[in-house]
Design a protein around this ligand. Structure first.
Ligand SMILES: Nc1ncnc2c1ncn2[C@@H]1O[C@H](COP(=O)(O)OP(=O)(O)OP(=O)(O)O)[C@@H](O)[C@H]1O
Length: 595
């Protein structure tokens, strides 16, 4: 995994290799120009002393100063630019992938942690895939070059130095995994911090109402402390690596001095070679330090890359864009192909079994029913009996585990999820409204909706009055999660959004629970009208809203235990009778009174 993560890290740098090499070369050139300046300055002073013309030296010095500064600046800029591009590349891949991940995979990961992978981990990647990589490569190449020159100067001393380099390698090998572990813990703690923040801010009213600010803050502080502790540990191990390699180089210096002195004394080495050798050793400190810092940065980068690739490697759903031109046979599910006289899709579930987790309980346990084409089918049953799960399966948020589920005779698993969803209007249980304008929310599924269609659905959901009263009409901002709207208004926006799609299947999950009785009854008429050309499935806790459904399915423990009209179920099904009795619906039509 370490190796494949390193390969993945190189993969992020590869598209920018030309810029990285050019930037590193320019920076080096800038450094060399700096080193040459004292020499020219010396020649300038010498020329002055003997009263010679100094024009050449002044020109050269000017060139070195300006050229060196420009090369260093441009080199630094080129590397930083490549670094930003590495981050951009990773973030673009992540943001393109995240919304296409399967709901089941997203369920298992807190959104805050995913956000931290897009923001914090990509930032770490920035240094690793550019500066740390350049440092490691330049350090390694310089080190090898110097070792070759040393071997050429004196083999015995070279072998002594080689022993020292091996000791540095050993130190590094021992310390680096610890730096990697600390880096991993720091990133995980940051992920936990993101997840905690998302939990806190996502339910801030409940947090305040429960006086839980302090408790929640304590959790966040502990995550922040975790990141701090791990960061400090990584810094400590980094210092150990740096210091021990420095010490080892000093040791090498003394060894070479002693051994070299002896070799010079017995005549097997010249003083000039010893001086040259010692100078190389002196210069070895730079590349060794560069290599150590490069490698320790790469350790942290590898952790970040691993976290990024954990997301990138998750299997995405089929690309929605690919479904814009539907596969052969899928055309009839695309709304544009909705035929005149289309009555909606036919849904058939047979012995459907479904578990959220492989080792979890069967949430649907042999559910069978038929709905449509067209007509209103209501799904009722105790809380937790699997009603919302039925809708999630129809949307292919999850795939069924057993039995068969078909739409228009075709197995759900054979539909491209995106094509399937184009045919369905879905109003979730808590009717989410997104930050943005009212118009953006309404046309979310049909961005090019005609104004007349928007007006039509607004009238259907009884929102025309609200829109007229708003200062900016449809262009009014609804706030984060639609907080500027009331619960009932949010539900109506969500219903309007689904209706605008002119779906073949309309799924309403407790979609009118927050409406006043009058508006709810008006919407019931609209839904009845829609049901003439659309297969409508409604989940309702309040049975009063579904008594006139063509068919009512009674769900219990993941099974459809009974199906029929309100009157039939009152007559034949105990559970339905009990549900109806608690809502005082049974009085007029109950043949067999509730015990
Ligand atoms: N994403 C999920 N991961 C794991 N279990 C889940 C998930 N969603 C629902 N469940 C479980 O599946 C069961 C059925 O849930 P579902 O939401 O379908 O019930 P429901 O009939 O719609 O309930 P309610 O009327 O309260 O909305 C519940 O026991 C619930 O805990």
């Amino acid at each position: 995994m370490q190796e494949s993560a390193f390969r993945a890290l190189l993969g992020h740098a590869r598209p920018h290799r030309t810029a990285l090499v050019a930037g590193a070369a320019l920076s080096t050139l800038g450094g060399v120009a700096g080193l040459a300046q004292p020499l020219v300055a010396k020649s300038f002073v010498e020329a002055l002393a003997v009263d010679e013309p100094v024009f050449r030296q002044v020109l050269l010095l000017g060139l070195l100063i300006v050229g060196g500064a420009l090369a260093a600046a441009f080199g630094g800029y080129t590397v930083e630019r490549a670094a930003e591009s590495v981050v951009l590349g990773a973030r673009r891949r992540l943001v393109a992938r995240l919304p296409r991940l399967r709901v089941a995979d997203l369920d298992r990961r807190p959104p805050g942690d995913l956000i931290s992978r897009v923001t914090a981990d990509t930032t770490l990647l920035r240094e690793a895939a550019t500066n740390n990589l350049v440092d490691t490569l330049v350090g390694a190449v310089t080190l090898v070059g110097m070792l070759v020159l040393m071997a050429w100067l004196d083999v015995v001393l070279f072998l002594a130095v080689l022993g020292v380099v091996a000791a540095i390698g050993l130190c590094t090998a021992l310390v680096m995994p610890r730096i990697a572990r600390a880096g991993k813990e720091a990133q995980e703690a940051l992920g936990a911090l993101g997840a905690g923040l998302e939990r806190l801010l996502g339910a801030i009213r409940t947090v305040k109402a429960s006086n839980a600010e302090q408790r929640e803050t304590a959790g966040l502080e502990s995550a922040a402390h975790g990141a701090w502790r791990a960061g400090i540990r990584a810094a400590g191990w980094g210092a150990v690596a740096g210091t021990s390699s420095g010490l080892v180089v000093q040791l090498a210096f003394l060894t070479v001095l002693g051994l070299g002195g002896a070799r010079v004394a017995n005549g097997s080495m010249s003083v000039a070679s010893l001086i040259g050798f010692l100078l190389y050793l002196f210069y070895l400190v730079g590349p060794v330090a560069q290599l150590a810092s490069g490698i320790s940065g790469l350790q942290v980068g590898v952790v970040a890359v691993r976290r990024i690739h954990e997301v990138l490697e998750l299997e995405p759903e089929a690309d929605a864009a690919a479904v814009a031109s539907p596969r052969e046979g899928a055309e009839h599910l695309v709304p544009a192909a909705r035929q005149a006289g289309d009555r909606g899709a036919a849904i058939a579930f047979r012995d459907v079994v479904f578990r959220y987790r492989e080792d979890g309980p069967a949430v649907l346990d042999g559910a069978s029913f038929d709905a449509g084409p067209g007509g209103l089918t209501a799904v009722v049953g105790p809380s937790g009996s699997g009603k919302s799960t039925l809708f999630a399966l129809l949307e292919r948020f999850y795939d069924i585990g057993g039995g068969s589920a078909r739409i228009d005779g075709r197995d759900l698993r054979d539909w491209e999820p995106a094509a399937l969803r184009r045919a369905i209007g879905y109003v979730e249980q808590d009717a989410p409204v997104l930050a943005g304008t009212l118009r953006a929310n309404l046309t979310f599924a049909v961005p090019d909706a005609a104004p007349a269609d928007i007006d039509r659905v607004l009238a259907q959901v009884r929102l025309t009055g609200l829109v007229d009263s708003l200062p900016h009409g449809l262009d009014t901002e609804v706030g984060h999660r639609g907080t500027a709207l009331s619960g009932g208004q949010r539900q109506r926006v969500a219903i309007a959004r689904a209706l605008l799609r002119r779906p073949r299947v309309l799924l309403l999950d407790e979609a009118t629970s927050q409406l006043d009785a009058l508006t709810e009854s008006e919407l019931r008429d609209v839904i009845a009208e829609v049901a003439e050309t659309t297969t409508v499935l409604v989940v309702a806790h309040r049975l009063s809203t579904v008594t006139d459904a063509r068919r009512i399915l009674v769900l219990e423990d993941g099974r459809v235990r009974a199906a029929g009209t309100h009157a039939e179920l009152l007559r034949d099904d105990d559970l339905y009778r009990r549900l109806a009795a608690t809502q005082m619906l049974a009085a007029s039509s109950l043949a067999d009174p509730v015990p």
